[in-house]
Write a protein that binds this ligand. Structure first.
Ligand code: E4P
Length: 220
């Protein structure tokens, strides 16, 4: 399973990249706004900056909601760097845009997916990735992981090549469950990736090894 980081923070992207386990980045307009990135020029430069840190797909989301706007915006984003993946919302125009981008060899990520039917449409249109938002489903008492499993089954039934990119991940168990049910990618906050490192027995075990080593050295 690939690990993407879900942030527009260059500091966090650098930190995740330095761990050696980062395969890509997803952003969205809220995450860009959180970093204070606004205005066409600044937004485009920010995507180029992200692409210079990570050697993997970087999702850049369109703001337009009509087909022509999405197509123009997506073309502009895709031209920035070969790793740019145009992120398009799950709407009728969004699906049409994905179909057009797919015909032109432009990578896409269909975002704001909350049902298996939506995921089926995205795959039929030729999306590179589909992003089911598992955390937001859990927030409304619906099992997000079950949706990942359902989409996995449907795509496998028909050999659909769209990659299942589990999004809206909140904690390390989401990552583990995504891996268990066969998500292709998990896009995570840095905190969830870092939490995977932690186990009290690792900490205690390492302290004991080092203490024993120090004792042996002192006795030598
Ligand atoms: C997906 O690519 C989105 O950026 C993201 O995962 C949304 O997560 P949230 O529900 O934490 O906003």
């Amino acid at each position: 399973m690939k690990f993407f980081i879900d942030t527009a923070s260059l500091t966090q992207i650098r930190e995740a990249h330095a761990l050696g386990v980062l395969d890509g980045v997803t952003t969205n307009p809220s995450l860009m706004a959180k970093e204070g990135i606004s205005g066409d020029e600044q937004v485009l430069k920010h995507y180029v900056d992200i692409c210079s840190i990570v050697d993997g797909d970087v999702s850049a989301e369109v703001i337009s909601t009509d087909l022509n706007g999405m197509l123009a915006e997506g073309e502009r984003l895709a031209a920035l760097h070969p790793n740019i993946t145009v992120k398009v919302p799950m709407t009728r125009d969004g699906v049409k845009a994905i179909k057009t981008f797919s015909g032109k060899g432009i990578k896409t990520n269909c975002t704001l997916v909350f049902s298996a039917g939506q995921a089926l449409l995205a795959a039929k249109a030729g999306a590179t990735y589909v992003s089911p938002f598992i955390g937001r489903l859990d927030d409304v008492s619906t099992d997000g992981i079950q949706l990942i499993e359902q989409i996995r089954t449907i795509y496998d039934n028909y050999g659909m090549t769209t990659q299942v990119l589990a999004a809206s991940i909140r904690h390390p168990m989401h990552i583990i469950h995504c891996a268990e049910v066969g998500a292709d990618v998990a896009t995570c906050p840095l905190s969830a990736i870092l939490a995977l490192f932690d186990h009290p027995l690792t900490t205690i075990g390492l302290e004991k090894f080092l203490a024993d080593h120090r004792k042996a050295q002192a006795a030598h």
